[in-house]
Design a protein around this ligand. Sequence first.
Ligand code: SAH
Ligand code: SF4
Ligand code: F3S
Length: 486
Amino acid sequence: MNQISSELKEKLESVNLNDVIPENSLDRQLYFIEKCKKEIAELKEKIGRPLYACVKTFGCQMNARDSEKLLGILMQIGYEPTESEEADFVIYNTCTVRENANTRVYGRLGHLHAIKKKNPHMIIALCGCMMQEPDVVETIRNSYKFVDIVFGTFNIFKLAELLDSRWNSEGQIIDIWEETKDIVEELPTERKFAFKSGVNIMYGCDNFCSYCIVPYVRGREKSRVPEEIVCEIERLVKDGVKEVMLLGQNVNSYGKGLAEPITFAQLLHKIEQIDGLERIRFMTPHPKDLSDELIDVMSKSTKICNHIHLPLQSGSDRLLKLMNRKYTKEHYLALVDRIRAKMPDVSLTTDIIVGFPGETEEDFEDTLDVVCKAKYDSAYTFIYSKRTGTVAANMEDQVDEAVVKERFNRLLETVNEVSHTIITRYTGTVQKALVEAVNDHDDTLVTGRLTSNILVHFEGGADLIGQIVDVRLDECKGFYYMGTRV
Ligand code: SAH
Ligand code: SF4
Ligand code: F3S
């Protein structure tokens, strides 16, 4: 789903490559998009075949949204999209939240190198959060010389300019910014789904949870102005989007620092007014400042989905303090109660870290206790990963690996027990499902998403994709339902 406004199209058509390169960020990027388009057309003509580009996302939904922007630019300049890494342009949009995300990237680079040896036109690029770490860039510079372009999280909009530099110079192009200087939002994007889209409402994070590297690689928190967000969603809706996911590392602090103050709840209220938009999701809210105003807006809304992802991280007050989360177990559980009082049917999900430095059996049992009391529909569970540069990396008392593994398995068991019991609560009810795809394993079935974010599989064909239909939930199968369209 290539999204390019008519205004942008006109601007692109009026670019004159004989002019001096514009200074203004947007015009400058449009200039380079047109320049690359010409270069790609010439190359295609010369080798007599199309050129393919593959964008691989390693991280969270924000990275996925950035990848749509990267693919939007690549398609605008003339590459055909492909899932295969045997392509003419391959970019890894990396994540560094846990060490294993980094290991995966290094592991796969060797494979890319082998492909490149067979294709003289191949360009390999790396971008995203991992590239904001200086030691990673040094490693790429010294040991992965076959990588052509390296850039970070703050300048993804410069892709065409960097590609042009690569074509017109020798050696690696490395361009890492330390912070947001300017953001060009208006460039074309290529959405993965026609009917749903992520929308950034803010960038960066100021919370500095002691284990987390995100504030270091994504920079300071910065909200987009509401008019811009509403305008983007209106355009998406015109283009067929029914569901948006508002994205930010801590959406509750949306609006801080804007010239005209606005809360996240007020932003939701504005977005709710957009005609034709059917569903609103958001992630991630931080428990420390999830307001009663937000609970109120959600409970009255007909569009905001019946789901809150509320990362717990730990149930131990002692660890929560060391993690710099700024809430206690009691505060968290009271918040869950307030949410359930207004939205009895809400689906709660969470993130939990096991093995934070100094975690004792008692701390861990507090976490299990919250899992049982909060009754999550599902939980993402992570083994603590030491991230260089964070406060926790210097904490003593890193927990023994075997102990962490054992706790991790116990946590999974508890999460599964709790969620299998609670998730069945919708059995027999009729719910609205947004049909997302034909089922991977059985093409007589389609897969739809309930507002609670739970999936349901039922009989139907590809013509239903993108539609919201009523489905009776016949049987719960653990994390998903089998249903019948009614
Ligand atoms: N902004 C969101 C989440 C960002 S990262 C929030 O505040 O919840 C997504 C999840 O990764 C976090 O919720 C946390 O559970 C996990 N995570 C972050 N850093 C980690 C680390 N060093 N080790 C293990 N898990 C981590
Ligand atoms: Fe990381 Fe905490 Fe920011 Fe989430 S709120 S991105 S966990 S620092
Ligand atoms: Fe990973 Fe960056 Fe997201 S570190 S979790 S891709 S913000």
